[in-house]
Design a protein around this ligand. Structure first.
Ligand code: ATP
Ligand code: MG
Length: 390
């Protein structure tokens, strides 16, 4: 995957002349020290990360950590003090007014927490708004807006005014408006934060569903770690204007790296976060015949194994005793027990539901090839809070 959006050493100091503050930051001072010494607020301090094309990239942090400042810098609603913002390699910080307007209209769309709909215009006019600015002819933009309202489930609401809609519905209008522009990068700043929990969950599911077909590049800002885990391809955790941890949801929960990040991970439902691939034991080939392969746990510990065909697809399970006989160079083993296979991407909650005492679980890839082994021990160790995996 290539980086559609790259943030490079981005800093923002809210000051007429940011130089002295930037020097302090470079020398290792933090936001508090700069405020103390210069009376200036640091919004961002040397922030760098890559947003891969097609990702939902989450920026997560407590209030005041700099999330909105980051979003506003990308759209240049805030002027960065240092660093670069590259969209497909083009530095947005170097654009003039006209260039910037063009990018805002056609490449980067924003969805805010508080809808920002035009109250006196009908819903359909609101959705059309960005297209109108771009000079798209009326019939065309009407068709496009109707299509987007349909996608977000508001096909019959186009002729109502925003105040006739609930908060959740208004947020959908905001989303439809952002999608209508055809921008391939969406920046969503706390877009679901004002919604009540049920509607919010619905909108999250909706976004995941939409993203499967639209394949936009989304930078999604939230103060909710659960939301970050649910939606995120990757997550950047921010504190005091800095990125303190960056990685995939599973890797961040597994290795928070600091007490600050660990505190967010405590309440996480690990069974719904981690998948079979993340806990499976590696395989070792024990015997390889012409078209049959015997595999067991790579650690060499006694345990069940599998008999595979020449393409590594599962023919059957082997008991620990059969595997031992094969290890000792005994005769060709025969499958002798029941087993279960799960996809590598299956969440542990699902895997646990299919677990049968005494039966080995094989983990298979998309092509049906065995890629790992699972037992109750692996599953339970990972689900246990604290998440230590040894
Ligand atoms: N226009 C401004 N002038 C001065 N300081 C500002 C300005 N905008 C933001 N800040 C400061 O920058 C820091 C980061 O603010 P920002 O709005 O980016 O936080 P946030 O992470 O979005 O918080 P929240 O979750 O509350 O939305 C804060 O210390 C804030 O006081
Ligand atoms: Mg904010």
């Amino acid at each position: 995957m290539t980086a559609r959006l790259r943030i490079e050493n981005l800093s923002k100091v809210f000051a007429e002349n940011p130089r002295p503050a930037l020097e302090m930051l470079r020398a290792g001072a933090g936001k508090a020290a700069v405020l103390e010494a210069l009376g200036q607020v640091v919004g961002l301090d040397d922030v760098s990360f890559d947003v891969p094309s097609g990702a939902i990239y989450m920026v997560m942090g407590l209030s005041g950590s700099g999330k909105s400042t980051l979003a506003r810098c990308i759209n240049r609603l805030n002027e960065p003090s240092a660093g670069r913002i590259l969209l497909d390699g083009q530095d947005l910080c170097a654009l003039d007014e006209a260039g910037l307007r063009a990018i805002r209209r056609s490449r980067v769309s924003m969805v805010f927490q508080h809808f920002a709909l035009l109250p006196n215009r009908r819903v359909i006019d609101n959705v059309e708004f960005g297209l109108k600015l771009r000079g798209v002819p009326p019939p065309q933009r009407r068709r496009r807006a109707e299509e987007m309202l349909h996608i977000v489930g508001l096909a019959r609401w186009g002729h109502h005014r925003p105040h006739e809609l609930s908060g959740g519905m208004r947020q959908r209008v905001g989303l439809a408006r952002a999608l209508a522009t055809d921008a391939d990068v969406l920046i969503m700043d706390e877009a679901f934060s004002a919604l009540d929990p049920l509607i919010r969950t619905e909108m999250q599911d909706e976004l995941l569903r939409l993203q499967r077909t639209l394949n936009k590049t989304i930078l999604f800002i939230t103060h909710d770690f659960q939301e970050a885990l649910k939606l995120g391809t990757r997550i950047a955790v921010m504190a005091e204007g800095r990125v303190v941890r960056e990685g995939t949801p599973q890797s961040i929960v597994l290795e928070p790296g600091s007490d600050y990040v660990a505190a967010f991970t405590r309440e996480v439902d690990r069974a719904r976060l981690f998948d079979a691939r993340s806990v499976m034991a590696a395989l070792a080939t024990i015997l390889r015949g012409q078209d049959r392969i015997v595999v067991g746990d790579a650690s060499g510990e006694p345990g069940p194994g599998f008999l595979l065909d020449g393409e590594a697809r599962v023919l059957g399970a082997l008991s620990a005793a059969e595997v031992e006989r094969a290890r000792a160079g005994g005769p060709k083993p025969e499958p002798d027990g029941a087993f279960t296979c799960v996809p590598a991407g299956a969440k542990l909650v699902e895997v646990a539901g299919r677990y049968r005492p005494g039966e080995p679980i094989g983990v298979v890839d998309e092509a049906g090839r065995l890629v790992g082994l699972l037992g109750a021990r692996e599953i339970l160790a990972r689900i246990a809070a604290g998440g230590s995996h040894d």
